[in-house]
Design a protein around this ligand. Structure first.
Ligand code: GLC
Length: 735
């Protein structure tokens, strides 16, 4: 009874708070004229960064603020600089409505953390939450109220440059990472001065661009949409994300930023989202080139009616919304609803109560590039690396005398920052060479030769690289992509290591010396030759400020790598899209008699490295897989118990993964689906009984009628350290 009373009291308080927010929103709305209402729907990048001059506002940003004709700016930072914008908004405008300042804090503000796909490789939501927390602490100190992150786009095509910004190919892992980031950014109190509003993006389906070409057409079934691409968004909305960004792409003929089905029916009707939607950069205006609006005015009407509340850098709302209302094309009620959503988030951020809470210069000095946050970037970097191969060369012995770092990324200060590094400070980056020098000091000679550039055909550096390598006991190949080959509008038509870097490696290989590849990249690459010929491969992605120190810790065994791949590495581009949670088809490959079954006549169906794959310096063994029982009702949870043992000689962390297969459904079902994981630390010889739970929610899927249900039938459960090497059991679900 007491529990019920407490819950009742809490819900009364919360609803009272909400009611007070809603009452406050309505009281401001009632004072606003049409121009001021439309002003709240308008956002610009400070300085009108791009776009046609004809459409840009003629007025300066301060005049727009004084006139109440703008509600948000982004790409402007600094406690003092943003204070001045806020001062004009709350002291010189008629209604003194605070402005909301956004920024792409994707993996750091000035202190750069590993890129999101690297953080996802940690399979450690707690760590990723801490990373987002630090990013919020640092950026909020610099006047940022709102980040355009987490990006939760499922991506199955490594040609797409933005695969680097997400959490890979799986909805369950993607959802876990999205929720972790939202909790890190928004904390428990969005009105605190060191929490910022999150913005889940890009809603939706953006990662399925045909041929991996950014902004390209997306077309998949409604079932695929809901089953794979929308799941992380739904989890993020349920986690309380304050805002959401509509995407550039169309889905099956309807551009997301003009889709009433997506932005209103699904997002608000089915999911109950009460925050606001901001467009992506001019994605409302791009309804015209998409061919669903004849002009910017029609685009404005379509965008708002669909459910885009704020027009980022689009001019559509700024130029035409007042006119559309006065002509009766858009109702004032629709305008009011969008304004209400935006004011609601500004109230929740506490901007009405204290508009200058993010403008404390002392806090900025203390929290930006602090020693603690820089150390935090290293903690995250250590867990973000994935050991893809090791024939025993690693960990290197500390009595090693001569190391040759060869390759264009060995001394790069910029590339480890990765794309979308915002205000990343390359002078603070620790390179591979510096990391090894920091680790070994004067006890070893660290030699470096670039050998070649990342791009281009110039081989003139090979000779010096070979001469340098000849003097060394071990060669550290520091190869991969530049940060400029990854990120937005950076799709590639090949997945090979760029330029002549592989050729350089082949020349070095002829020396017969031990070689380890330290790979820096923003996407899976077809590193088949390296897998066959070098002794060890460490996937580093782009690790941020402490890159070199983290890499050196792993190379010398001061940290035992624990990362796992959040995305499949194909053997060839011809296999793409290649992902683990695929369907079985009516003619699954029969390796013994492949004829007339699903296969290539010149390539295997198998990946180079599967989803969930990653090695350790030690070995882990899975055994004694048991279920709480073999038959369950649809509303029962299933206990899955197994033993995990460290059978090697190093302490290490293993990401144990649980997959499920629904053998027969009203529609075809994936051959495996990730439904739980846990990162477990074990000392040499130590074993632990691990328990997972398969709840009914985890077995739900969109059935033949698109209802989200559990269907009775036979299932398999798989446990392992990746999506291929597993042990299995079966169970049955009954009505
Ligand atoms: C870009 C990106 C989006 C980003 C926005 C603001 O075009 O698509 O992810 O948040 O513009 O910079």
């Amino acid at each position: 009874m007491k529990k019920v009373l407490i819950l009742l009291l809490i819900s009364t308080i919360i609803s009272a708070q909400n009611r007070s927010t809603e009452q406050r929103v309505d009281s401001v709305l009632a004072l606003m004229n049409l121009e001021e209402k439309v002003g709240q729907l308008v956002q610009y990048s400070s300085g009108w960064a791009t776009g046609s001059k004809t459409d840009r506002p003629e007025e300066s940003s301060s005049d727009l603020l004084k006139a109440g004709k703008i509600g948000s700016f982004f790409n402007i930072v600094g406690a003092e600089t943003t204070r001045e914008l806020q001062r004009i908004a709350v002291e010189e405008s008629r209604l003194k409505i605070p402005v909301i300042i956004g920024l792409d804090v994707i993996h750091g503000y000035k202190s750069t953390f590993p890129v999101p796909i690297a953080e996802a490789s940690s399979w450690n939501p707690e760590l990723v939450k801490k990373s987002a927390r630090w990013q919020a602490i640092e950026s909020s100190a610099a006047g940022v109220h709102w980040t355009f992150n987490p990006m939760v786009d499922i991506a199955r095509d490594p040609r797409w440059g933005r695969i680097v910004e997400g959490s890979g190919e799986d909805p369950y892992l993607g959802a876990a990472m999205a929720v972790a980031r939202i909790k890190g950014y928004q904390g428990d109190d969005l009105s605190a001065s060191n929490t910022i509003a999150a913005c889940i993006k890009h809603f939706a389906g953006y990662g399925a661009a045909e041929a991996g070409r950014d902004y390209n057409t997306v077309d998949f079934s409604e079932r695929t949409f809901h089953e794979f691409y929308l799941r992380p968004f739904k989890a993020a909305v349920d986690a309380g994300a304050a805002t959401l960004m509509s995407s550039f792409n169309e889905i099956g003929g309807v551009p997301a930023s003009g889709s009433h089905y997506l932005l209103t029916k699904v997002l608000r009707g089915m999911w109950g989202f009460d925050g606001f939607v901001v467009s992506d950069w001019n994605s409302v205006g791009e309804l015209v080139p998409h061919g669903v609006a004849a002009n910017l005015k029609e685009a404005a009407e379509l965008g708002l009616e669909a459910g885009v509340d704020m027009d980022m850098e689009g001019n559509a709302y700024f130029r035409h919304m007042v006119e559309l209302v006065n002509e009766g094309m858009v109702s004032i009620e629709t305008i009011d609803e969008s304004v209400r959503r935006i004011l609601r988030i500004k109230f929740r951020l506490g901007l009405f109560d204290d508009p200058y809470k993010y403008n404390n210069v002392e806090t900025e000095k203390k929290n930006v590039l602090s020693d603690e946050i820089i150390k935090a970037t290293k903690d995250v970097a250590l867990e973000s690396m994935v050991l893809l191969k090791n024939d025993g060369l690693l960990p290197l012995k500390k009595d090693i005398r001569k190391i040759a770092v060869i390759g264009p990324l060995g001394q790069s200060k910029e590339d480890p920052l990765g794309p979308w590094n915002q205000q990343g400070q390359k002078d603070y980056v620790v390179t591979v060479v510096e990391g090894l020098q920091n680790k070994l000091g004067s006890s070893a000679e660290i030699m470096f030769a670039e050998g070649c550039k990342i791009l281009g055909e110039d081989r003139t550096g090979f000779a010096e690289a070979l001469e340098t390598a000849k003097k060394a006991d071990v060669i550290v190949l520091s190869l991969g992509e530049s940060l400029h080959l990854s990120g937005e509008a950076q799709s590639r038509s090949t997945l090979d290591v760029p330029g002549v870097q592989e050729e350089l490696a082949k020349e070095l290989h002829k020396l017969g010396k031990p070689m380890v590849l330290v790979l820096m990249n923003g996407r899976p690459l077809t590193i088949n030759w390296f897998d066959e010929n070098v002794n060890a491969i460490l996937e580093c992605w782009f690790l941020g400020l402490q890159s070199g120190n983290a890499i050196a810790d792993v190379l010398f065994g001061d940290y035992n790598p624990s990362g796992k791949l959040p995305v499949t590495f194909p053997k060839s581009l011809g296999q793409v899209p290649l992902y683990y949670n695929h369907k079985n088809t009516g003619r699954p490959l029969n390796p013994k008699v492949p004829a007339y079954t699903s296969h290539y006549n010149d390539e295997s169906n198998d990946p180079l490295y599967p989803f969930g794959y990653g090695l350790s310096f030690t070995k882990f063994e899975y055994s004694d897989l048991k279920l709480s029982k073999s038959e369950f009702k649809k509303d029962e949870s299933i206990k899955v118990i197994f033993t995990l043992k460290n059978t090697g000689k190093y302490a290490g962390e293993e990401v144990a993964q649980l997959y499920v297969r629904d053998l027969v459904g009203s529609v075809t079902r994936p051959v495996k689906e990730l439904k739980d994981f846990a990162k477990i630390k074990l000392n040499p010889g130590e074993s632990k009984m691990v328990e997972f739970s398969i709840t009914p929610e985890k077995l739900k899927f969109f059935d033949l009628n698109m209802d989200f249900v559990v269907e009775p039938g036979d299932f398999k459960v798989f446990i392992g350290g990746n999506s291929v090497d597993v042990i299995e059991q079966s169970f049955k679900v009954v009505e």
